[in-house]
Design a protein around this ligand. Structure first.
Ligand code: ADP
Length: 255
């Protein structure tokens, strides 16, 4: 239920009156959940035939090595590019549906954020060879938060740093204590953001329109959902960036 309005109290601070509106959003939430489940399920189902297709193309390519049929080789190369595009799109859908459901329910426990970030970086490093992801950590820092959701946010920021910076560049991940908060930063050496785009990157469906970004798959929803998750933890999320000079995305959580 979402309520909006003003409460009135008597001399003893007892509530006497509430003026405003109360809106039942259960149905809206259920709708959102169903839609989300559907996207997740369809994306997952699409992955199976796509994996077979990838294997078939790989096998055909092995056979083709012994022939010099330029037409067939070209056709296989094109098929491979399309399979890769589709895989990226489906992974994007899965990411969106994962983040969408992540924002709906926050389940807090105490855990070591420094260790969690280190694990996330390690895992990404296992699957990525295009960039060097460096991590600088402090010993331990405990937060009361939803571990899986914070992993989604960190993964999203690191994936973006990889997506929006050229191959071979370094991505620097840092975890530090500042006052009563722990701050995580993800710094890339990528294309950066124009001043007018900096304030918009956390808006739903916002994507920078440029020749650089046009061929990069995405839905403009990852940062919006990351911000929702961080705000639900009473944390902050922001970016410092300069066009052509890299970006640093930050989030901080109360310790
Ligand atoms: P997506 O990457 O799926 O488009 P996001 O919400 O994660 O969606 O990001 C929104 C937009 O912000 C991106 O489309 C891109 O234009 C810009 N952006 C995000 N991260 C970076 C980054 N590290 N460097 C430059 N631009 C970025």
């Amino acid at each position: 239920v979402r309520a909006k309005g003003q409460a009135y109290f008597d001399q003893n601070d007892e509530p006497v009156r509430f003026v405003g509106s109360v809106l039942d959003i259960t149905e809206q939430k259920e709708d959102e959940l169903r839609k989300n489940d559907f996207i997740g399920m369809v994306s997952h189902e699409l992955k199976t035939p796509l994996t077979s297709l990838k294997a078939i193309i790989q096998m055909a390519n092995l056979k083709l090595k012994n022939t010099d049929d330029a037409f067939l080789a070209g056709a296989m190369e094109k098929a491979n590019v399309q399979v890769k595009r589709m895989t990226n799109m489906i992974n994007g859908f899965l990411n969106v549906s994962r983040l969408e459901s992540a924002k709906l329910q926050i389940d807090k426990h105490k855990f070591d954020l420094a260790e969690m970030i280190e694990e996330t970086v390690k895992e990404i490093n296992l699957t990525i060879t295009s960039h060097a992801i460096e991590f600088e950590r402090i010993n331990t820092v405990f937060v009361n938060a939803d571990r899986d959701k914070i992993i989604s946010v960190a993964t999203n920021l690191i994936s973006n740093a990889i997506k929006y910076s050229p191959k071979g560049k370094v991505v620097e991940v840092k975890c530090e204590v500042i006052g009563d908060n722990v701050q995580v930063s993800v710094k890339d050496e990528g294309m950066g953001l124009k001043p007018q785009d900096v304030s918009k990157v956390f808006d739903r469906y916002f994507r920078v329109e440029s020749n650089h970004t046009r061929h990069i798959a995405g839905f403009g929803i990852g940062l919006y959902l990351s911000a929702e998750i961080i705000h639900r933890h009473d944390g902050k999320i922001w970016v410092e960036s300069e066009s052509d000079n890299g970006s640093t995305f930050y989030f901080s959580l109360p310790i």
